[in-house]
Design a protein around this ligand. Structure first.
Ligand SMILES: Cc1cc2nc3c(=O)[nH]c(=O)nc-3n(C[C@H](O)[C@H](O)[C@H](O)COP(=O)(O)O)c2cc1C
Length: 189
């Protein structure tokens, strides 16, 4: 194709769409930097937050970082279907950070927060889901939470776990970005 009489290659400018589900862990404060880095790496990033997440990190900060309206309530626009339905625009649902509470709700098919509604929809649509758990190790080792983590892993959900100082800690941002790229590049089954 020619532009101003110079030959240029055709470029597909559509960026992969990542939806980040933010839960009520103190690690949510790391998401501003993560979102900015994902955008730098040419991903389009949208955010869905639980009420408890909003007690930890402000909706405005997420809106600023993602440059998109933040979903903190499922409305008549059925945002969960728009992003994570069968024909939804999301290429990945990245729940980061994910609480013990949200892990267990997803594993039991409960959806009573915007994040769990997105997860229920994404799982049913076979969307790629990546979970970054963050909590004290005693919570992660709770037998019911541990069982629910295994249930989700068996469904093909990828976990990024960093065990350190008796915690499942928020991993390095570069590591999250690396896994996101790796998972996105995998062929659909
Ligand atoms: C300051 C603060 C930090 C918290 N950090 C965590 C955490 O790192 N991991 C976790 O699983 N829960 C943590 N919690 C508890 C969750 O917020 C609580 O389980 C809540 O119900 C989670 O809701 P959500 O999963 O809908 O976001 C924290 C609570 C507070 C107030």
């Amino acid at each position: 194709m020619r532009i101003n009489n110079e030959i240029v290659y055709y470029m597909d400018v559509k960026k992969p769409v990542i939806v980040i589900g933010v839960c009520g862990s103190v690690a949510a404060v790391e998401d501003v930097k993560l979102i900015r880095e994902l955008k730098r790496q040419n991903f389009d990033v949208n955010v869905v937050m639980s009420e408890n997440a909003k007690n930890i990190v402000g909706k405005d900060a997420m809106e600023w970082a993602s440059e998109h309206k933040v979903v903190d309530k499922i409305s008549g626009s059925v945002e969960h279907v728009y992003f994570c339905g069968v024909n939804g625009i999301a290429d990945m649902f990245l729940i980061c950070p994910c609480t013990a509470n949200t892990i267990s709700k997803i594993a039991c098919g409960i959806d009573d927060t915007p994040v769990t509604t997105f997860a229920t929809t994404a799982l049913g649509s076979k969307k790629k889901i990546v979970i970054v758990p963050a909590m004290h190790i005693c919570m992660y080792n709770n037998p019911f939470v541990a069982e629910n983590v295994e249930k989700l892993k068996k469904q093909g959900i990828k976990f990024i776990e960093k065990f350190e100082e008796n915690k499942v800690k928020f991993p390095d941002i570069d590591e999250i970005v690396r896994v996101v790229k790796e998972e996105i590049s995998k062929k659909e089954i």
